[in-house]
Design a protein around this ligand. Structure first.
Ligand SMILES: [Zn+2]
Length: 473
């Protein structure tokens, strides 16, 4: 392992010397009720954005700017004095938080931070204001404590992450000049456990989501008079949907797997290294065990490294009390697929529509309406961003991180990958049990301190490679 540079030592010492003052700053930020989904707290979201922008200016960043969106403002700033031969890192976090109800389950009000046993309890302590604040302080430690950062920094902090991905996706499409970088560091996730094992998320699944409607007769019909003579749209719909998955759990849409990139040996080793107890997992979600899945893949691999098909909702016909003997005029479903590299959500959309139209009997009409789409992404495990982040985390926490891919989708990260060609490494410092989105959200202060040290080390490590090495050019 490389030893920290003198600059890193100065930055780390700065964090120690200013620890009390920084904790006070975190407390100030956590007190702003920036709930993005609540229209009544619109001004508070703006106040949080302003607070963040002012803080960025105070630590020595340039061009701190609020850009208005259809919802809450986006905060950007930069510090580009490391020189053109040094990499530029884009830092992404969000300053908005989830709603706080049920309020009576909080030990203390959600925006009055409580400190106990080296833990801070407050809405946003882990997700994600605490992590955003850590990034500002790690940058400050370099700029103020060491006289400058070894990498160029850009900041991209949004205020709609918890309720609407469109403002930030729109921003990525329309302001590439504010986001130009060689790699993106996303901190909005957690460590591997509460024993100080760090984690790096290096992939996300994509998504494609549709409404499917099967229409038959012009109105509901008496099943005694017409049953046996008319195709029932509800029966047709469930038959069609059931045929989309075969006995091995694979999606039957032609071409669905054409572009799926196989898991590498390194991917499979990373999956195997995850501590995971399938029995405990099943018990926590109230099922007797995992489903029979795609052959040749472990449960964890199936849940984030392989694509899936799901029915998310069904409607149509009569579902009130008692019986109503009808052949419904229509039936509908919401369906979705989770996608992995290199599947393309638009290509999957075309394939799905074509297939559903092909398998529908001619006696009904099928309409498929796309609702949502996002691309999958993976940053290869041997990408220098992953390798250097692992080294920095190990220096700060004394333990090598676990690497994992997430089964979910973060549209803004996908947009940066697709629209800007920007690879992301996701390094989070919250607790995996930290009550994200629930009452009494908490953040271990050991993670907060270790996380800032890790960021100091990471900028140090990244300062040792060229922009081209990060971009793979
Ligand atoms: Zn978050």
């Amino acid at each position: 392992m490389t030893t920290p540079t003198r600059g890193a030592d100065a930055a780390l010492a700065y964090l120690r010397d200013h620890a009390d003052e920084h904790l006070k700053g975190l407390d100030d930020l956590l007190r702003i009720p920036s709930v993005s989904a609540d229209p009544e707290l619109r001004d508070e979201c703006r106040r949080a954005a302003r607070w963040v922008a002012d803080e960025l200016t105070r630590i020595g960043a340039d061009h701190a700017l609020l850009t208005d969106t259809s919802s809450h403002p986006i905060v950007t700033a930069d510090w580009l004095h490391a020189g053109p031969d040094k990499p530029t890192v884009l830092i992404y976090c969000h300053y908005d938080v989830q709603p706080t109800d049920p309020l009576d389950e909080w030990v203390r009000p959600p925006f009055e931070p409580r400190y106990e046993n080296d833990i801070v309890y407050a809405r946003g302590s882990g997700d994600d204001k605490g992590q955003l604040f850590m990034h500002i302080k790690a940058a400050e430690a370099w700029i103020r404590g060491a006289g400058g950062s070894p990498v160029n920094l850009r900041f991209f902090f949004e205020g709609d992450e918890e309720h609407d991905s469109r403002p930030s996706e729109h921003f990525v499409a329309n302001h590439p000049e504010l986001l130009q970088a060689d790699i993106c560091l996303v901190s909005d996730s957690d460590m591997a456990d509460d024993d100080g094992t760090p984690a790096i998320t290096y992939g996300l699944r994509g998504i494609a989501y549709w409404d499917v409607k099967v229409s038959g007769p012009m109105q509901d019909l008496h099943s005694g008079q017409f049953g046996g003579g008319v195709d029932n749209p509800a029966t047709v719909l469930v038959q069609m949907l059931a045929s989309l998955v075969d006995a091995d759990g694979r999606c039957t849409v032609p071409g669905f797997y054409d572009r799926v990139r196989d898991l590498t040996d390194a991917d499979r080793a990373a999956y195997a290294a995850q501590p995971f107890d399938a029995e405990d997992w099943a018990q926590r979600i109230g099922v007797s065990g995992p489903k029979d899945g795609e052959r040749g893949y472990t449960l964890l691999e199936r849940m984030s490294g392989r694509p899936t098909f799901d029915i998310n909702g069904l409607s149509g016909g009569y579902s009130g009390e008692g019986s109503k003997t009808i052949i419904p005029a229509w039936a509908a479903a919401k369906i979705s697929t989770r996608l992995v590299p290199d599947q393309d959500h638009l290509e999957i959309e075309r394939a799905m529509i074509k297939h559903l139209e092909a398998i529908a009997p001619p006696t009904v009409e099928v309409t498929v309406t796309p609702i949502q789409g996002g691309q999958p992404l993976v940053t290869p495990l041997d990408h220098p961003g992953c390798l250097l982040a692992a080294r920095a985390l190990e220096k700060a926490f004394g333990k090598a991180p676990l690497f994992h891919r997430s089964g979910g989708s973060i549209p803004v990260v996908a947009a940066m990958d697709t629209l800007l060609g920007l690879k992301s490494v996701m390094v989070g410092f919250a607790s995996p049990n930290g009550n994200f989105h629930s009452p009494n959200e908490w953040m271990p202060l050991a993670n907060y301190r270790g996380g800032m040290d890790a960021l100091v080390h990471l900028w140090d490590e990244l300062g040792g490679v060229t922009p081209g090495e990060l971009r793979g050019t």
